[in-house]
Design a protein around this ligand. Structure first.
Ligand SMILES: N[C@@H](CCC(=O)N[C@@H](CS)C(=O)NCC(=O)O)C(=O)O
Length: 210
């Protein structure tokens, strides 16, 4: 198998952190999506989403989507279990992973795409478009994240990691959501101190140094 990666790409970094936490190494090729290499063949045909990361299997089939790649690698290498070890743990990890992704990571990703000048003409990942960057997407992304962090704060007051006592893929998604929030100037420590303390804990882990 071969992982198509790009150093600065947040979603590719999610898979790299997952690999590091698992202690796995996968043959990797860099694909510079800032220079549009994903639209050149053979990559254009390999991945209809025109994004990194994607994993090419030995038979040529492709798995795109960061969490799908992680889930596949977890099936091949179950330990340590980052998607949960029991039925209940798996459900809780899935719940928090989805909540972080839908209520934090995605609104913030669109906020970043609509804010950072480098993403002008690239507001929809994997396309080149004339759709303009909208400041309202930036403010709304932060507002949606504030609602989510308000729900997360009491949970993190009594939980070491997002889905319980051990690190999971939900912490990885959460870390990158919080990193975008910080990049957009949100003062997490001021309003959500338990979330900020968890963020500091996971940020210090060797695997998260991407
Ligand atoms: N939902 C996808 C998102 C992938 C994605 O948006 N990747 C970005 C880099 S972080 C990309 O390759 N963008 C290329 C582009 O916008 O042209 C995942 O989780 O893997």
């Amino acid at each position: 198998m071969k992982l198509y990666d790009f150093g600065p790409a947040v979603n590719a970094q999610r898979v790299r952190v997952f690999l590091a936490e698992k202690g796995l190494e996968v043959p990797t090729e860099q694909l510079n999506v800032r220079e549009d290499h994903q639209f050149a063949e053979p990559f254009n045909s390999m991945n209809p989403f025109h994004c990194v990361p994607f994993l090419e299997l030995d038979d040529g089939r492709v798995i795109a989507e960061s969490v799908s790649i992680c889930r596949y690698l977890e099936e091949l290498h179950p330990e340590p279990a980052l998607f949960g070890a029991t039925a209940e743990e798996r459900a809780r990890v899935d719940m928090w992973q989805r909540r972080f992704e839908l209520d934090g990571f995605m609104p913030l990703l669109h906020a970043v795409r609509n804010h950072v000048p480098m993403f002008a003409g690239r507001v929809v990942p994997g396309t080149r478009t004339e759709l303009p960057q909208l400041p309202e997407m930036v403010s709304r992304g932060k507002e949606m994240t504030e609602v989510f962090l308000g729900r997360l704060e009491p949970h993190m007051e009594r939980s070491e990691f997002v889905a319980g006592r051990t690190l999971s893929v939900a912490d990885i998604t959460g870390f990158f959501a919080l990193r975008m929030a910080t990049m957009l100037g949100m003062d997490v420590a001021a309003s959500w101190p338990s979330v900020a303390a968890w963020f500091a804990r996971v940020s210090a882990r060797p695997a998260f140094q991407v």
